[in-house]
Design a protein around this ligand. Structure first.
Ligand code: G3H
Ligand code: 13P
Ligand code: ZN
Length: 332
């Protein structure tokens, strides 16, 4: 049993309170490998932004949960080496699917876990979330629950349509489970293919594709029922069109992919939305740089020569999100 405090990590409690009071959101970036982790920490250290390193089920099976935990411990020391005196880094389990998975992460030093019971019947979601909270709180680990279902793939559960969070359930859910934050469904979804061009309209000024509006009334309803309670948005990648174009220019075959406009996320971050999950944008940034290097330098076979530019491109993306979208720079 290792407590996250011994690793120099922090939980989300104070971080979220400050974010809500300050009208910004904390970036929750998924990581699966060293280059992603380095890019996240460099971006956070250079902007002095609190940051959540999150580990999905896919990441645990790809990279190994133990290794990722040691990388996060290393990230704290690395951040200090980069001149960040008091790094505010959370190690978070993304979409935990069982009590056992959450317990195993808590026991090995994660400072925050998500238990995703959103696909379960309401009472079962409450029972499971409460069980995780009771265990986690003994070690001061914070817990994110979820109400409502995002369209697309969540864990191994795939849903064709969104089931928006019902604002009438949130007080009962938060009170009975004791969770520290709540992920809600308002029309975002996981992955790069959130909206098709047919679902979008073209902005006459910028020429950009604008997706149908998110259910901001649901967010407002939730905030009204649970004032000051930390709210989480999953599926918040914006799918930068320049990365999609670079991927396709250098041999990729992505279909038209449209994400969540960054201005919408900026607005959400000013409300009680205090954690915004971004994974797909980083995947696109990494792939774009690697593809470009492969085409421009076909004789290169040293992985550092293509993973290095990939790391730089991800870092640029993370800094942009922190400064221009979430507004978390200078808050740690
Ligand atoms: O919630 C979804 C995240 O983007 C993680 O996806 O399980 O493929 O790593 P993954
Ligand atoms: P994106 O696929 O939009 O990046 O969402 C990531 C996410 O919600 C991780 O939990
Ligand atoms: Zn998610």
């Amino acid at each position: 049993m290792v407590n996250y405090k011994d690793l120099g990590l922090v939980n989300t409690r104070e971080m979220f309170k400050k974010a809500i009071d300050g009208g910004y959101a904390i970036p929750a970036f998924n990581f699966n490998n060293m280059e992603q982790m380095q890019a996240i920490i460099q971006a956070a250290a250079e902007t002095k932004s609190p940051v959540i390193l999150q580990v999905s089920k896919g990441a645990r099976s790809y990279a190994n949960q133990t290794l990722l935990r040691y990388m996060a411990e290393g990230a704290v020391e690395y951040a200090k080496e980069l001149g960040w005196e008091n790094p505010q880094i959370v190690l978070h389990l993304d979409h935990g699917d069982s009590f056992e998975t959450c317990k195993s992460c808590i026991d090995m030093g994660f400072s925050s876990v998500m238990i995703d019971g959103s696909h379960l019947p309401y009472e079962e979601n409450i029972a499971l979330t409460k069980k995780v909270v009771e265990y986690a709180h003994q070690f001061d680990v914070t817990v994110e629950g979820e109400l409502g279902v995002l369209a697309g793939v969540e864990d191994e559960v795939s849903a064709d349509h969104h089931t928006y969070t019902n604002p009438d359930e949130v007080v009962d859910f938060a009170t009975r489970t004791g969770c520290d934050s709540l992920a809600i469904s308002i029309g975002t979804s996981h992955g790069a293919y959130k909206f098709t061009p047919e679902q979008c309209t073209v902005d006459p000024v910028t020429g950009r594709m604008v997706p149908p509006p998110l259910a901001f009334d649901v967010l407002e309803g939730v905030v009204e029922k649970l004032p000051g309670f930390p709210i989480v948005l999953h599926g918040s990648s914006s799918v930068p069109q320049e990365e999609v174009e670079t991927i396709n220019k250098y041999g990729g075959a992505l279909k038209a992919a449209i994400g969540i406009p960054e201005e919408w996320l900026r607005e959400a971050a000013k409300s009680a939305v205090c954690k915004i999950n971004i994974d797909s944008d980083s995947r696109l940034a990494m792939t774009a740089a690697i593809r470009q290097t492969f085409v421009e330098k076909p004789a290169e076979f040293d992985p550092r020569k293509y993973l290095g530019p990939a790391r730089e491109n991800m870092k640029k993306l993370y800094k942009h999100k922190i400064i221009n979208v979430l507004g978390s720079d200078g808050k740690a």
